[in-house]
Design a protein around this ligand. Structure first.
Ligand SMILES: *Cc1c(COP(=O)(O)O)cnc(C)c1O
Length: 368
């Protein structure tokens, strides 16, 4: 049985009428840039996440950049982020004029290790960007306690964790601002690039909105220099149709994860994702670990089961950071994990038979 890594078209088919109508409505009113559809989605997303303000923008990468510019990052400022994530988490620190300072993951949750953050703080540190990687909330109580102690801002990278919860509280509501991606494959995905920021800080929301719109809230009034980072009307209308489905899609992801946990948890050579009673994982990705990861991936791929590695080289070891001269022992957990992690298929429309086919493929491999 073929099992794709994700299946965006089957999701579209479940909500086809709503999507087609939404697209037609945008075309009919030519509300392509900003306008009522964008405003409606911003309001709906703020409400869904419990934030006072939502500022939409062109993609999740821009949202991180905009948040840092709005928080005043300048040359020489150091920003701490996780050693294992997508490149956006660190490249935007440099784009904003700062210097990325990597901190290792904790060895079990794939998120920032709060025990190691204080070692990385210097007099130049201004903020922390925890990433709720794969949909697992980072340890926000510990991270926020460090941020308060050292007077640092926090931007939560929620690109993979829409509406995940930590101790019952939604991620994105702990730090000064939260950044979201609606890249098509994300838990809430547009049909193109899209992103947003949320915050409870009205002044910060205003600065972020200005930066995303050439430095002015009203056309022609450029209080500062900004960038052009807009959510377009088509994507906003599509996202508004999809948003009400997100809780159900998340539940299905969690149900599939429970099946994988049950069916793979007893395989000694496989490490399934950590679960915590007080953290609600939303399983953007279901990432297992195995010492012979590449062989396992080849075995599954030969059986028609698609897998992905998120991410095969931890950030400090990428060529673009080679000048920093990091060694494996500087980030032992990220280094250990990068050659062992494997993301196996998980998406809301996945059939139970597909889950079983993935499990059978893995069990066949480890049985040999
Ligand atoms: C997807 C992603 C981003 C960037 O989002 P884009 O919309 O692709 O720019 C940032 N951080 C993380 C952790 C992501 O997974």
């Amino acid at each position: 049985m073929n099992v794709p890594f994700a299946d965006l078209h089957s999701q579209y088919l479940t909500i086809r009428e709503g999507i087609d109508e939404a697209i037609a409505a945008v075309i009919k009113t030519s509300s392509f840039i900003r306008g009522p559809f964008v405003q409606k989605f911003e309001e709906a997303f703020a409400q869904a996440t419990g934030a006072s303000h939502c500022v939409s923008c062109a993609n999740g990468t821009d949202s991180l950049y905009i948040a840092m510019r709005a928080l005043g990052v300048k040359a020489g400022d150091e920003v701490i982020t996780t050693a294992h994530s997508w490149i956006s988490s660190s490249e935007t620190i440099s784009q904003a004029g700062g210097t990325p300072v990597f901190c290792d993951t904790d060895g079990f949750s794939y998120t920032l290790d709060p025990q190691r953050i204080e070692d990385r703080i210097t007099t130049r540190t201004v903020g922390i960007i925890p990433v709720h990687l794969y949909g697992q909330p980072a340890d926000m109580d510990a991270i926020m306690a460090i941020a308060r102690k050292h007077k640092l801002w926090v931007i939560e990278d929620c690109a993979q964790a829409h509406m995940a919860r930590y101790k019952g509280q939604m991620v994105g509501s702990f730090g000064n601002a939260a950044s979201y991606s609606f890249y098509p494959g994300k838990n809430l995905g547009a049909m193109g690039d899209a992103g947003a920021l949320t915050t409870d800080d009205a002044a910060l929301a205003r600065r972020m909105a200005m930066l995303a719109r050439h430095g002015g809230i009203n056309k022609g009034e450029h209080e500062i220099e900004g960038i052009n980072s807009r959510l377009d009307g088509l994507q906003a209308a599509i996202l508004s149709v999809k948003l009400p489905h997100l809780p159900g899609w998340t539940q299905r992801r969690q149900q599939i994860a429970r099946q994988y946990d049950a069916l793979l948890g007893d395989v000694p050579s496989i490490t399934t994702p950590a679960t915590f009673p007080d953290r609600e994982h939303v399983y953007h990705l279901y990432v297992i670990r195995h010492d012979r990861r590449d062989e396992l991936a080849r075995h599954l791929n030969a059986r028609g089961i698609q897998t992905v590695i998120n991410y095969p080289v931890a950030l400090p070891f990428l060529p673009c950071y080679a000048h920093m001269g990091y060694q494996p022992e500087d980030f032992p957990n990220a280094y250990h994990n990068q050659s062992r992690i494997l993301s196996i298929p998980i998406f809301p429309e996945m059939l139970d038979a597909q889950v079983q086919a993935v499990v059978a493929g893995i069990r066949e491999f480890v049985g040999r």
